[in-house]
Design a protein around this ligand. Structure first.
Ligand code: BG6
Ligand code: MG
Length: 224
């Protein structure tokens, strides 16, 4: 089989600016329970599943709840989050993302989504990017949350690309750890201080050129 390079995109905070909506919804919920919720704490929830996020928030507040109450709060947070999502449009796609996605698709380079979100398909449809992805692996298709590499390994398998030939775009610490554990090239999107474990970090996609994409493809191919 010919060696190919695959690209896997995280969704929240990489393709669309939904990280701010997760933050607002979790903050409202945490504060309603009398728990403080800072931007630093929020950083630890990025890339992390809904269940694990609520577990962390409750542990910060030293709160233990019944399973019913836990499920009720998960539902509340998601309803609040979905009220933001329902107003979203393509204007909330992060800068230059369509340009890079189109470049990959036009050059027949395999592209997957690798997200912890159970709302991924709805969001991609809402912003008109659903058909750019050859495969979508989301919170409904995996059992282990990032930093476990499962989501990216499943995406590689679906793309029929070896993990070592995959490149991951991620905005979260947990996601960079997951990509590194999967043996993939990790590209952080955001703050280089936060994402210091990534192989490369860019503030956003406006800093990523076609030239850079071509170079990493060459590099991945020559290493395999
Ligand atoms: C990740 C986000 O992409 O998805 C997390 O970074 C979020 O903040 C997780 O908790 C799960 O998302 P959802 O939409 O299923 O609640
Ligand atoms: Mg993210």
């Amino acid at each position: 089989m010919k060696t190919r390079v695959g690209f896997i995109f995280d969704l929240d905070g990489v393709i669309v600016d939904t990280a701010k909506y997760h933050f607002l919804a979790w903050k409202k919920l945490a504060n309603s329970l009398g728990i403080d919720f800072t931007e630093t704490q929020n950083e630890q929830l990025k890339g992390v599943s809904r269940v694990k996020s609520l577990e962390k928030i409750l542990s910060w507040g030293n709160l233990q709840l019944s399973e019913d109450k836990f499920m009720e709060l998960m539902g509340k947070k998601n309803a609040d989050y979905l009220s933001y999502i329902s107003k979203m449009s393509s204007s909330e796609i992060l800068p230059n993302v369509p340009k890079i996605l189109n470049y990959l698709v036009d050059n027949k380079i395999p592209v997957a989504l690798g997200s912890a979100s159970k709302n991924a398909k709805a969001i991609l449809t809402k912003v008109g990017l659903f058909n750019k992805f050859q495969t979508i692996v989301d919170g409904n298709s995996v059992t282990k949350a990032k930093p476990d590499p499962e989501v990216f390994l499943v995406a590689a398998e679906k793309l029929r690309v070896q993990p070592k030939n995959c490149v991951v775009f991620e905005d979260s610490l947990a996601g960079i750890q997951a990509a590194n554990s999967a043996g993939m090239l990790s590209i952080g999107i955001g703050d280089s201080k936060v994402l210091s474990n990534a192989d490369y970090v860019f503030k956003d996609f406006t800093e990523i050129s076609f030239n850079f994409i071509n170079q990493i493809i060459e590099k991945e191919l020559s290493a395999s």
